[in-house]
Design a protein around this ligand. Structure first.
Ligand SMILES: [Zn+2]
Length: 213
């Protein structure tokens, strides 16, 4: 996604954007005044101050229309205009709260996610976590980092490989080197999917393929 003109801007911290696949939180939209009928704002996701995605949010009474360019890897750009219906509930202490109606399953949710072609709720997006409580690609990153720690390398899969630690057998080192690289690949593939660069998603099978022991 990308390519949006001027307008009110908002950004997320990197953690949300990379780990939760471009969440669009209706409370943030509300606080920014973006739900007032007739308003049209630019909404962005940033990682380390770099914009990784942006959409235009146009508010009508009872719905918002999300406009963006979707660019699947190796295919022509698709101009998307997706209408998401809103619901309002009354709060016990007065006032009201807005919700999205998931365009896919019609569940009332506070956050919809944009990884892939259209926005939908977490469940519809297949963003359910593994039994260990984290997405498969996040788990791969964590396992890569565990190996990096053992090798005495800086934590962080984007740091690249380091040197063989003193006293470690060459065979052990080669094995850890290969596993670290494989986990990094799984993790980066998951990140690419979340950013809409690839279709499909990283599943536990990918990790099993890396980790036969
Ligand atoms: Zn849904």
């Amino acid at each position: 996604m990308g390519g949006i003109g001027s307008g009110r801007r908002a950004s997320y911290c990197g953690k949300d954007a990379t780990e939760d696949s471009m969440p669009l939180d209706i409370r943030r939209l509300h606080r920014a005044g973006a739900l007032s009928p007739g308003r049209s704002v630019s909404w962005q996701w940033t990682v380390n101050d770099r914009v990784i995605a942006s959409i235009r949010v146009h508010a009508q009474a009872g719905s918002v229309t999300l406009g963006y360019n979707y660019t699947p890897h190796g295919r022509p750009v698709e101009v998307i205009s997706q209408t998401v219906w809103l619901e309002t509930t009354l709060c016990a202490l007065g006032g009201s709260r807005s919700w999205f109606t998931c365009p896919s399953c019609a569940t009332r949710v506070g956050v919809i996610y944009g990884a892939g072609r259209l926005f939908a709720c977490r469940g519809c997006k297949g963003l359910a976590y593994t039994s260990q409580g984290e997405a498969a690609d996040d788990r791969a990153a964590r396992r890569a980092n565990r190996i990096r720690k053992r090798l005495g390398w800086p934590i962080g899969i984007l740091n690249g490989p380091g040197l063989k630690p003193k006293g470690m057998h060459q065979r052990t080192y080669q094995r850890l080197l290969a596993r670290q690289a494989a986990f990094v690949n799984v993790s980066l593939a998951g990140l690419a999917v979340k950013l809409g660069l690839l279709r499909g998603r990283v599943g536990d099978n990918d990790i099993d393929a890396v980790d036969p022991w």
